[in-house]
Design a protein around this ligand. Structure first.
Ligand code: ADP
Length: 169
């Protein structure tokens, strides 16, 4: 059984085996949670992202996939980068958002991570409606077989926290 906990705050301040980044497919950093993770985590994360781009993801990390790097100066062993779908674009498919959570947990299992912190993927610049994003996030984590013992959703504002709280009851 995986325990789900909700945290209100900044994901770069939490302690976990793995912290998930809502990255973009370039893997080269961006705004929002991505920018915050690279800022606080330091250049080691970007260096490894660059190497991944050069070796495995020349065309970018596809939407719904996940890949791990060092966590640099964050209080974690790994950052798992995943690319959420943009709402109101051709990739506006709930399955792709569910895939971000499933693939991140699969990578976490491969690494041996027991605690994983997720932000509310796709709910910022990518504009996924918060209630729907919370439903997909919570339902997918609940239905994915994993050895991860604790998943925390780290929600940046009240709107996100309340949506996830309604979903986890
Ligand atoms: P996306 O491009 O996947 O929409 P964003 O980073 O724009 O990614 O937003 C995803 C969610 O992360 C939003 O709900 C945003 O409020 C939240 N967020 C932004 N910064 C942080 C942070 N430091 N910690 C946790 N969540 C954050």
């Amino acid at each position: 059984m995986t325990t789900i906990t909700l945290v209100r705050g900044d994901i770069t301040r939490v302690s976990a085996d793995a912290i998930v980044n809502a990255a973009n497919s370039s893997l080269l950093g961006g705004g929002g949670v991505d920018g915050a993770i690279h800022r606080r985590g330091g250049p080691a994360i970007l260096e490894e992202c660059r190497r991944l781009r050069a070796s495995r993801y020349g065309r970018g990390l596809p939407t719904g996939r996940a890949v791990a790097t060092t966590a640099g100066n964050l209080d974690a062993r790994w950052v798992i980068h995943t690319v959420g779908p943009v709402h109101s674009a051709e990739e506006d498919r709930p399955e792709l958002l569910a895939s971000c959570y499933r693939e991140s947990l699969r990578v976490a299992d491969e690494l041996g991570a027991r605690t994983v912190a997720f932000p509310a993927i796709s709910t910022g610049v990518y504009r996924w409606p918060m209630d729907d994003a919370a439903r997909i996030a919570v339902d997918t984590v609940r239905s994915t077989p994993t050895r991860v013992e604790e998943v925390s959703f780290v929600l940046f504002d009240d709107r996100a926290y309340d949506a996830f709280a309604r979903r986890t009851g």
